[in-house]
Design a protein around this ligand. Structure first.
Ligand code: UD1
Ligand code: UDP
Length: 362
């Protein structure tokens, strides 16, 4: 019997883990222990995903919550170590690049428990980003590196990671898009609920620290989006981090403006909102790929991206949010469908990433 401890904590990790957990739990001779650090804890940032995506309740909920990087990661490290000492798993499975990822990897490697990293090898080459630090250190601590793209494999090779430990498996987010994409059409009523017309609105999400924590950036983004909304409605499911930043910057959206801010939505609603958007404006790693999966043009409000293939092939446009005018102009310039030449099946795998990962683990 192979015992795997999966460590998750933030919204995108619930979605990624849902696809892999489903395969793990249907595979004979494997048991999965699910550890939720509690990094995300609002019902609409956590619980909704467990319910909708049919993820089993966590075996351990560590209830860590928010904090500075050191405090949050440190509390997680101690709590995860306790679970690993108790459970003695054969492998620890971590996802992506959050503080929960790093804490899980670090706790395991110090106990000499092998670590498998899903979404290994992504790089922004921006060492100011907390995510970049988390990714690089997690990859270094991992014994199995599941890379989603060829670019990610190349990055790992260049860093001298032992080739035998790297596996190009495709992107588990593409698995999720295929699996839940059709369910969303059946179970989500959000378009009707919000009175939205297909292709009649722009969908936006903003939460990156480099945008929320810099007044100039958040001002440029929200002032730019308000100007866009004067021409075409903009819908923004708001991450709690960004809500705080809006308050701190005294950024008020006039009721008359068609920039509509709503609470974060569940994944099935999000898929419907993405599929039916005319354009997506985002700084999210996951959302920029989902835009491509659903063939919706996308503006990435960042200096750089880890998913470079989408920008190189002109599917997505990288727009550093220098000013409200830049944001407004680039959004309008991007309203036509891009003429990119990529195919999800070749770039992000075949939707079988989770199966491949479990096969290799076994
Ligand atoms: C984290 C990840 C980021 C990922 C994002 C996904 C790190 C360093 N960052 O960023 O890579 O893209 O999750 O969404 O791990 N908050 C709430 N309720 C919640 C969760 C957060 O109010 O349920 C607020 C708190 O004020 C908190 C802030 O949001 O301080 C930031 O949360 P945190 O988990 O530290 O980072 P994210 O910005 O969510
Ligand atoms: N998402 C969601 N509801 C929302 C916003 C995002 O379900 O209100 C989903 C989105 O479809 C994607 C994932 O959350 O699958 C991305 O998470 P996020 O943007 O928080 O983090 P990142 O991918 O940037 O790490």
């Amino acid at each position: 019997m192979l015992k795997i401890a999966t460590v998750v904590g933030a919204r995108p990790q619930f979605i990624k883990a849902a696809t892999v957990s489903r395969v793990l739990r249907s595979t004979p001779d494997i048991t999965e222990i699910l550890v939720h650090t509690g990094q995300h804890y609002d019902a609409n940032m956590s619980e909704v995903f467990f319910q909708e995506l049919e993820i089993p309740p966590p075996d351990y909920h560590l209830g860590i919550g928010s904090g500075t990087h050191g405090a949050q990661t440190g509390r997680m490290l101690e709590a995860i170590e306790g679970v690993l000492l108790e459970e003695k798993p054969d492998w620890v499975l971590v996802y992506g690049d959050t503080n929960s990822t790093l804490a899980g990897a670090l706790a395991a490697v110090k106990l000499h428990i092998p670590v498998a990293h899903i979404e290994a090898g992504l790089r922004s080459f921006n060492w100011q980003m907390p995510e970049e630090i988390n990714r690089v250190l997690t990859d270094r601590a991992s014994n199995l590196l599941f890379a989603p793209t060829e670019v990610a494999v190349e990055n790992l090779r260049r860093e001298g990671i032992h080739q035998g430990t790297i596996h190009l498996v495709g992107d588990v987010m593409y698995d999720a898009a295929l699996y839940y994409g059709s369910k969303a059409a059946i179970y989500s009523f959000i378009l009707k609920h919000l009175n939205l017309r297909s292709k009649g609105y722009i969908l936006a999400t903003i939460h990156r620290a480099e945008n929320t924590d810099y007044s100039a950036n958040i001002q440029a983004i929200f002032r730019g989006l308000m100007q866009v909304a004067a021409e075409i409605p903009v819908l923004l499911p708001l991450h709690p981090r960004t809500r705080k930043a809006l308050e701190q910057n005294n950024l008020m959206i006039p009721v008359s403006n068609c920039l509509q801010i709503i609470e974060p939505v569940g994944y099935l609603d999000m898929v419907m909102l993405e599929k039916n958007a005319r354009l997506i404006v985002t700084d999210s790693g996951g959302v920029q790929k989902e835009a491509f999966f659903y063939r919706v043009p996308c503006v990435i409000l960042r200096e750089e991206t880890e998913w470079v293939e989408l920008v190189q092939s002109r599917w997505n446009r990288l727009v550093p949010p220098k000013s409200d005018i830049v944001v407004r102009c680039e959004v309008f310039n991007s309203l036509t469908l891009p003429d990119g030449d990529l195919n999800s099946r070749t770039v992000y795998g075949t939707g079988q990433a989770a199966k491949q990962i479990v096969k290799i683990l076994k």
